[in-house]
Design a protein around this ligand. Structure first.
Ligand code: MN
Length: 489
């Protein structure tokens, strides 16, 4: 579906305007982070090469970072907008436990966008003779990165036949003043490009930098091809996303974005791209990559340049939450006992999946393992636990493994399957998968696996219990001597 404008739609919009989630607007979200004490404004002059990433990494997960005038560049870099699950919940306007359900609901009930004719993202326009690094402060993050990269750019392309758009984030190497090297993995953007390239044609693209947190999350949805991720952004916002047409091509971009780069993915052109520090904390190799030629740039006045530091929590979490939502839906379709899933940070929010189930029959956990391993090639190790184990706490999952798992009985290993090419322990992506059934056998005597518990502990009011009066602990422990005390007998 493409965006339409109708009187009915606009009245809904007006009604919804005052109840938009806080994550529906980038600058409003940064205000919110600052009010919550989660924004660090950094002094001007931080080096673009490694300096921005060093500061952002040190504050990763505790504060977003704003870098005015880095390296003497008249511009501002922002990083770490969504580095924590609780922040994502706030951005979406739900409780942390509802994040996956809300995300899934939005991906299943997209809302068509609405085109407008004037917007902030086109306040300033540049056509031809573009010099990206003169226009924007573009950082270099990790030690062996080949150079400056655009890392938080939403690449928007159109299906050359139907015009349906696709949104995805790719690492974009600044290869020249108006030239970018792109890594396109075998997903939707690549498929549209191949359709164009077969006809010998370039593919129109827009790269959008500095979008609201909900549009950023929507860009990572794992939905079938020809599902426009901007419609999922609309669903997360609770109203149609406003878009505007690019000034040199047909692509529609989020109207309130900070920066839009317009150009073409060039047919029959490949150039060196990489290495680049990736989410598994290793480098993605140098290779012949796709090439984007920039035609035009538009932006707000004083635009914010968003950057995602490779391998940081924002990088991990942005990939993790949409994947969890998809994996949960996929597993629930086949196994009614599945309650929740979690991709752990130690497993780079991709490789280690924890699944919590209400176990009703013996062997069920092993089937869940097989289903989970087949659901996405990135899933490498699956641990299935009972409903009394908190899968968001890695210590709890390890405890279940320590006390409920026997390797000769509960381990599943599958060799030679397709895994992640960025996992350096695989042979170019081919590797082993493993599952741990850490559930209690249904035949076990109930007392044997009963977790110890202190009655009353969980609903204790600690303020009633703790003595906050001053003085040394010794005074508290001084009792009247027997002579001074009253005796009843
Ligand atoms: Mn897609």
């Amino acid at each position: 579906m493409q965006g339409v404008s109708s009187p009915v739609l606009s009245s809904c919009v007006d009604k919804a305007r005052n109840i938009l989630p806080v994550g529906a607007d980038l600058r409003g979200w940064i205000d919110h982070l600052q009010q919550q004490g989660r924004l660090s404004v950094i002094r001007p002059g931080v080096a673009l090469k490694f300096g921005v990433a060093a500061v952002a990494n040190r504050l990763d997960g505790t504060a977003a970072t704003l870098f005015p005038w880095p390296d003497g560049h008249r511009g501002t870099v922002i990083s770490g907008l969504l580095s924590d699950r609780r922040w994502m919940a706030e951005a979406m306007g739900v409780e942390p436990s509802q994040v996956l359900a809300r995300y899934l609901n939005a991906s299943q009930h997209p809302i068509a966008w609405q085109e407008i004719l004037e917007a902030e993202c086109q306040e300033v326009k540049h056509i031809d003779d573009i010099d990206l690094e003169a226009l924007f402060p573009i950082p270099t993050h990790n030690e062996h990165d080949s150079g400056a990269y655009i890392t938080a750019g939403l690449l928007i392309v159109r299906n050359p036949v139907t015009g349906i758009q696709n949104v995805s984030i790719h690492r974009l190497q600044v290869s020249g003043p108006d030239r970018l090297g792109a890594l396109l993995l075998p997903r939707h953007a690549l498929s549209f490009f191949q359709q164009a390239e077969e006809q010998g044609a370039d593919l129109e693209v827009a790269i959008v930098i500095g979008v609201d947190p909900l549009t950023l999350l929507a860009s990572q949805a794992i939905v079938p091809i020809n599902h426009d991720e901007l419609e999922i952004a609309g669903a997360l916002h609770g109203r149609p996303l406003e878009v505007i047409r690019c000034i040199t091509n047909q692509i529609r971009v989020p109207a309130h974005a900070e920066i839009v780069i317009e150009g073409w993915l060039l047919a029959n052109t490949r150039e060196s791209e990489g290495p680049f520090g990736e989410f598994p904390q290793y480098y993605g190799d140098q290779d012949e990559g796709h090439v984007i030629k920039v035609k035009a740039v538009t932006h707000r006045r004083d635009p914010l340049f968003h950057t995602i530091v490779g391998g940081g929590l924002e990088h991990l979490m942005l990939g993790g939450i949409p994947r969890e939502a998809t994996l949960l839906a996929h597993l629930k379709r086949s196994f009614s006992g599945v309650r929740d899933v979690h991709l752990s940070k130690g497993g780079v929010c991709r490789y280690h999946l924890y699944v919590q189930i209400d176990k009703r029959s013996e062997g069920e956990a092993k089937n869940v393992i097989l289903g989970a391993l087949a659901s996405h090639y990135d899933v490498k190790h699956v641990t299935v636990v009972d409903n009394d184990v908190d899968i968001h706490n890695p210590t709890e999952v390890e405890w279940a493994l320590a006390t409920r798992f026997q390797a000769d009985r509960d381990l599943v290993v599958i060799s030679g399957s397709q895994g992640s090419k960025l996992d350096p322990s695989t042979c170019d992506g081919i590797g082993a998968k493993m599952g741990f059934d850490a559930t209690v056998p249904l035949s076990a005597a109930p007392f044997k696996f009963l977790r110890i518990r202190v009655p009353g502990e969980s609903d204790l009011d600690m303020e009633q219990v703790i003595d906050t009066s001053s003085g040394s602990w010794r005074e508290h422990c001084t009792y009247p001597s027997p002579q001074e005390s009253d005796h009843d007998n």
